[in-house]
Design a protein around this ligand. Structure first.
Ligand SMILES: Cc1ncc(COP(=O)(O)O)c(C=O)c1O
Length: 494
């Protein structure tokens, strides 16, 4: 029998023959019961060595596509007939996405893909970019190679390696103002996993969530995907307006006390006490997102809300994304005692714990004092970048525009507001900046109730100072031209 098999020319001949026969079987060209040419005949037909054919047939037999019959005969195994039914619009097709959660998660992924379609501009002021200096990477490489020699190859403890939890507990005592038993610490894959776990573990039926307005999008997205009802509570210069927290038993309150995201306020002691009081009265959980507390430029870091939490209502979340870099995907939670087991179980179900080598490397970095040195270095670098941005705004952003900045005392970003420019112009200003190679981003997506005026969130982490200056100069030029255009009297037509 002469077979017309199409070899694809990719890789070893044996694999080519294997693929060609398999494709022909799957396509129904070689039907069940058909006897293939023997290995010698096939080798002659395909001009290849007999051993090559033997190896390809053996693989097909091992996978169940062929059966050896009567010594050397290879017979094609029957496959079920393909049903060519049009499923569009049928109940089967509408069940392809199985749950409402899956639909919302798929929508989120699509939105993210669309947002990521634009090629990043050369001078990108995007919030969230890592600090582009070699120090953290050099230290990390050393810590990793130290850890790789010592880490156990077994599954790590789901709560996190004891060495890392001890190192973090010591660190929190020194830098965040509270003493914690390492048993209460859960190592997670960044703050985002912690936020998602909070939603999964705590948002049962009837539970409502409160978010700051503005707030971190990742928190809102986790709530929205899980269909948890949420409401926004305003923020002012003293942080979350705690006196506006509603009566709501069992609520979840997400806050950024050390550095309100993205507005920049520090939550005042009075408001902190109000929140803790409210949480105790309402049996609510307060989720403290302590994402960038180390980077405060005019003073020492502000102690965590957790340090005042006598009633054990606060879940404290920390991340290494800002202190080191986001690619690490490492963070941690400090859990109230009654919640520990529930979170531990959820984490174990989700991923059996974080990679052990990275955890050991981080423990080493913290215990050796290198982490603290890296933080000092990062803080100096960030401060230089922050100053470069503010100085360039002051130098170049004059002219027809009124502007003000907020939240520049800490972190890795600041907000710039143009009170005379309506928010409706945001997209065209961003497009004009993009056209001159500068990436800037709107502040409106962080609000439940977007502001009326144009606001931008400028991250200063990803570019060296000279490039920040250049980006700002170009941005100001764009804005200046834009403002002049707007103020030009429109000619009457006719
Ligand atoms: C306020 C805030 N919370 C949480 C996160 C998430 O951090 P991670 O990278 O650890 O998931 C970010 C990241 O930018 C953030 O800005």
């Amino acid at each position: 029998m002469l077979l017309s098999l199409q070899l694809d020319g990719q890789g070893a001949l044996q694999r080519q023959l294997y693929r060609a026969v398999r494709e022909a079987i799957l396509a129904g060209q070689l039907r069940g019961g058909l006897r293939l040419p023997g290995t010698r005949a096939m080798a002659q037909q395909q001009c290849m060595a007999r051993n090559t054919v033997i190896a390809a047939y053996a693989q097909l037999e091992a996978e169940g596509y062929l059966q050896v019959r009567g010594g050397s005969g290879y017979v094609v195994q029957a496959l079920p007939q393909k049903q060519s039914v049009d499923l569009r619009g049928s109940p089967v097709a509408s069940r392809a996405i199985a749950t409402p959660f899956a639909e919302r998660a798929a929508q989120l992924a699509q939105q993210r893909a669309q947002a990521g379609e634009r090629v990043a501009p050369r001078l990108d002021l995007r919030y969230g970019l890592p600090l582009s200096i070699p120090g953290p990477l050099v230290a990390w490489r050393r810590a990793l190679s130290w850890a790789v020699e010592r880490a156990s190859m077994d599954y790590p403890a789901a709560a996190g390696l004891p060495q890392l939890r001890h190192a973090l507990a010591h660190w929190l005592g020194r830098r965040r103002g509270f003493v914690v038993d390492p048993e209460r610490i859960l190592v997670v894959s960044g703050a985002q996993q912690a936020l998602d776990l909070c939603v999964r573990v705590l948002a049962g039926p009837g539970v409502r969530a409160m978010l700051e307005d503005p707030h971190y999008q990742g928190t809102r997205q986790a709530l929205q995907c899980a269909a948890v009802p949420w409401q926004a509570v305003p923020v002012d210069a003293s942080g979350l307006c705690a006196e506006q927290l509603p009566e709501c038993v069992g609520a979840l309150l997400f806050v950024t006390p050390a550095h309100q995201f993205p507005g920049g306020a520090v939550l005042t002691p009075a408001r902190r006490m109000m929140i803790l009081d409210w949480a105790q009265r309402q049996c609510a959980w307060v989720i403290e997102d302590d994402y960038d507390s180390e980077f405060r430029y005019d003073s020492q870091p502000v102690p965590a809300l957790k340090s005042l939490d006598r009633a054990d209502r606060v879940i404290h979340i920390g991340t290494l994304s800002k202190a080191l870099f986001p690619a690490l995907r490492l963070g941690f939670m400090v859990l109230p005692l009654v919640l520990r087991d529930a979170f531990l179980g959820a984490k174990w179900l989700s991923d059996r714990g974080n990679p052990a080598i990275e955890q050991l490397a981080l423990a080493r970095l913290i215990q050796s004092g290198r982490f603290e040195a890296l933080l000092r270095l990062a803080k100096r670098q960030l401060d230089t970048r922050r100053r470069a941005l503010i100085a360039a705004l002051q130098q170049h952003c004059a002219g027809a525009l009124q502007w003000r900045i907020s939240g520049s005392e800490a972190g890795m970003h600041l907000c710039i507001w143009f009170d005379a420019l309506p928010a409706a112009h945001t997209e065209s200003v961003i497009a004009a900046a993009y056209a001159v190679g500068v990436g800037v981003y709107p502040i409106s997506p962080y609000y439940a109730k977007p502001p009326a005026q144009l606001g931008l969130l400028l991250g200063y982490c990803g570019l060296p100072p000279a490039e920040i200056t250049e980006a700002t100069r170009r941005l100001c030029q764009v804005l200046d031209t834009y403002a002049k255009e707007l103020s030009r009297p429109h000619r009457e037509s006719g």
